[in-house]
Design a protein around this ligand. Structure first.
Ligand code: PMP
Length: 435
């Protein structure tokens, strides 16, 4: 009898015992193609020898030193690597141990920034419906699914929600992308005015929505228009790239494609690619300098931040991706995945939309392609789909539903960046057999 307190104690879980390349193996040696990368985590696949060696080397030197006494070469080198490649002047890298921690730190940094610059009433956050930012109380407050927040009310952070940029569902017939983006920017503008700009700290959005909507990328110009609204009101822009960042879309930072520089970016998942738990928050010089010139101390921190072994693993992951030009493969294999899914599922009565950027791909299911009505309550559909996929030797990430008026039964596919073209075709074959 296991004594692990599993998230879903009624679920019978198999054991993952081995991982090699794009496959995981269970206790019966059954192989599964990891086409969701966990949840967009395993971008280098499993058992990568270079990453494993980097972890061993780091352990031989020093596994951990508390960040209030020392920094380490691994942390400094990883920060340099990220800062040199980050958009704009997002050069100040604050390490954490995962996505929720990174988001939580970003919320606190935004609040402290406004205290430092003498605008302490800027405490409120605006985020979007149908978004996920993590499960800690602050991250949960800004997350866009009311049903997730419900059991934990009242939450500690005042947060308000506006519409996501979800063209398949909400762009009107005949409406241009520019007009749609403008309409959403106006909605944000109105929300800020309603709350009073002097009370709003930041607008938070996933650059490409992951788990809650299935790789929903914004229309062109959306983020630019949002950036303008934020600037007009002195509101910070926080982009959550915990899922969409670190090359998943074919760009190291997803927002590079939108040509927008936020004030803070959060990253995690693909940063350590599952080899070690690590996340980070990248802040602009404006914010960093305000802290430096003000109290000189960011009032936030965790025991394991900047963990040397985690930083060494993440640096090795990112160097392999760069040296092997894997982001080119992400772009090419992503195009292939969408094209093959579209052709294999063209006659499927319930496949409404196939979308995404790079190897961040969503397939949305509907009852009726014209009305786009959703299938049944998802939580039913998604468990059975996941099980069926596993029987077919495929790991994929189904989610969604009609819960709290949010639409979209979907499956997220986020295969490793090392997939070959035949791997992608095999994923499509198993996926088509499953749905
Ligand atoms: N933000 C986004 C966009 C995410 O997708 C997730 C995880 N699914 C998180 C934050 C939280 O990350 P973690 O589970 O590592 O705490």
């Amino acid at each position: 009898m296991s004594h692990v307190f599993h998230r879903n104690p009624r679920q019978q879980l198999d054991f993952a015992v081995r991982g090699q390349g794009i496959e995981l193996f269970d206790q019966n040696n059954k192989a599964y193609i990891d086409a969701s990368g966990g949840a967009a985590v395993s971008c280098l696949g499993h058992g990568h020898p270079v990453v494993i060696q980097s972890i061993k080397d780091q352990l031989d030197q020093i596994a951990y030193a508390h960040s209030s006494f020392f920094t380490t070469r691994a942390a400094e080198d990883l920060a340099d690597f990220l800062a040199q490649r980050s958009p704009g002047d997002l050069n100040h890298v604050y390490f954490l141990s995962g996505g929720s921690e990174a988001v939580e730190a970003a919320l606190k940094l935004a609040r402290q920034y406004f205290v430092e610059v003498g605008q302490p009433t800027r405490r409120h956050f605006i985020a979007r419906r149908q978004s996920y930012h993590g499960n800690t109380l602050g991250a949960l407050a800004i997350g866009g699914n009311a049903w997730r927040r419900e059991p934990f009310l009242p939450l500690l952070v005042p947060a308000y929600h506006v519409s996501p940029c979800y063209a398949y569902r909400d762009q009107r017939e005949g409406e241009s992308q520019e007009h749609y983006a403008e309409r959403l920017a106006q909605e944000l503008d109105h929300k800020i005015q309603e709350l009073g700009a002097e009370n709003v700290a930041a607008f938070v959005a996933e650059t490409v929505v992951g788990a809650t909507a299935g790789a929903v990328a914004p229309v062109k110009t959306y983020l630019k228009r949002i950036r303008e609204v934020c600037d007009r009101h002195g509101v910070l822009l926080i982009l959550d790239e915990v899922m969409s960042g670190m090359g998943r879309t074919g760009h190291l930072f997803a927002c590079a494609e939108d040509q927008v520089v936020p004030d803070i970016i959060t990253i995690a998942k693909g940063l350590g690619a599952g080899y070690q738990p690590i996340g980070a928050m990248l802040a602009s010089s404006r914010i960093y300098d305000a802290i430096l010139a003000g109290s000189g101390f960011f009032q936030h921190g965790h025991t394991y931040m900047g963990h040397a072994t985690a930083c060494a693993a993440a640096l090795a992951v990112q160097q392999v991706i760069e040296q092997e030009h894997l982001l080119d493969n992400v772009l090419a294999r992503g195009e292939q995945l969408r094209a093959e899914l579209r052709s294999a599922l063209a006659d499927h009565p319930n496949v409404g939309d196939i979308r995404g950027r790079g190897l961040f791909v969503g397939v949305e299911f509907v009852q009726n392609k014209d009305t786009k009505a959703t299938l049944d309550p998802v939580l039913k559909t998604h468990a059975s789909l996941k099980k069926q996929a596993m029987q077919n030797g495929l790991l994929m990430y189904p989610m969604g539903g009609t819960i709290d008026g949010v639409h979209g039964d979907h499956v997220l596919l986020a295969p490793p960046f090392i997939c070959s073209d035949s791997d992608i075709s095999e994923i499509v074959t198993r996926f088509t057999r499953t749905v």
